[in-house]
Design a protein around this ligand. Structure first.
Ligand SMILES: Nc1ncnc2c1ncn2[C@@H]1O[C@H](COP(=O)(O)OP(=O)(O)OP(=O)(O)O)[C@@H](O)[C@H]1O
Ligand SMILES: [Mg+2]
Length: 188
């Protein structure tokens, strides 16, 4: 099964995947593809966005390269593509990590490379469900996890329970979109 693990920057995607990669009982079942690393290492971008201090990914090249990586993964492993653009790549399901925008602001505020504007832009994008909307526009199999008060391990367990439910043909009802709503926080 191929899973896109997405979410606004700071929602904990890399933390979840780091945990999976560090634990052998998970590592042998789930193959992680770090999209940000792939984009930078293999220059799969069209240009650098100087204002945002980020790269504009070349989605066509990225998709092609990811397909190659997936084809080389051992049989039977589930693939987790990790990155805030993963919802744009073909997948069996999309998992969106969510974080209350105030908590997200705190997490992103600790990033030295993030300007005040960039922190605010991302917190507002989270408040407006931007990535969730992008995901539901592309897939019927979208699930979301609220990470705000969850430990990284609890988030790992939620991700795995979604994947394992889907593999047995069950719908992980607890994680269906629509239960998380930050709209009261949107600046008008
Ligand atoms: N469940 C959690 N509870 C509290 N803090 C968390 C949790 N998960 C991650 N964090 C913290 O939030 C910060 C951002 O996490 P992380 O780098 O994993 O986000 P990301 O989604 O990979 O972001 P990006 O899209 O920019 O790569 C880190 O400082 C991390 O320690
Ligand atoms: Mg990350």
């Amino acid at each position: 099964m191929i899973i896109a693990l997405t979410g606004t920057p700071g929602t904990g995607k890399t933390t979840v995947c780091g945990f999976i990669a560090e634990h052998s009982q998970y590592r042998k079942q789930y193959c992680i593809i770090d999209l940000n690393k792939l984009i930078i290492d293999e220059k799969l971008y069209t240009e650098k966005d100087e204002a945002r201090n980020s790269y504009n990914a070349d989605l066509e090249k990225l998709e092609e390269r990811v397909k190659q990586v997936i084809s080389q993964a051992p049989d039977g492993m589930d693939i987790i593509m990790e990155g805030h653009l993963s919802q744009y790549l073909p997948a069996d399901a999309i998992i969106v990590l969510r974080t209350h925008p105030v908590a997200l602001r705190k997490r992103l505020g600790k990033r030295k490379e993030y300007s005040f504007e960039k922190v605010k832009e991302n917190a507002n994008a989270e408040a407006l469900d931007v990535i969730l909307v992008e995901s539901v526009e592309r897939s019927k199999n979208v699930f979301e996890i609220n990470t705000t008060d969850a430990t990284p391990l609890a988030v790992v367990k939620a991700v795995i329970s979604i994947i394992e439910s889907l593999k047995t043909g069950k719908i992980p009802e607890d994680f269906l979109p629509g239960k998380i709503n930050w709209i009261d926080l949107v600046e008008l």
